[in-house]
Design a protein around this ligand. Sequence first.
Ligand SMILES: [Zn+2]
Length: 169
Amino acid sequence: MVDNGHTIQVNAADKDSYIMLDGEKYTLLQFHFHHPSEHQTDGKNAEMELHLVHENAKGEKAVVGVLIHPGASNPVIEQLWSHLPDPANTDGETLDTPIDLLALLPQNLHAVHYDGSLTTPPCSEHVNWSVLEEPITLSQAQIDLFAQRFPDNHRPVQDLGKRALNGDG
Ligand SMILES: [Zn+2]
């Protein structure tokens, strides 16, 4: 886990975690956080957003976005924030306990899909986005801890243009 100056990023230590999208396997590379959220529901940002960045064998990216609302404390975030690396520590912190990724996600994994781009440079096109409909919660203290370090690390929403939103039912 590193503080790369833009966000707190947790890099996968192995290639064991993956998602299946249209029959294609995308392996988890890393996940990171934004404050406030980059996606909006009904024109409103959520407090934060989690991005899980995956890649298939062809090097194509698929990102799962999870909106974060204030509420109950999240045990996985508790585990992460208790090892929060110092910004000066460019090597980051190695977590000695595996992260239960499913515990980081909501129960309902229905998602809205669209073709977009990465929100951080190089903003490469053709990223498969899946934004989960159900948010997760962090306690206000957990949100505040991140917000103190990153008061605003989100990219404002872009015009939908010709892109289509598709629910996966
Ligand atoms: Zn992101």
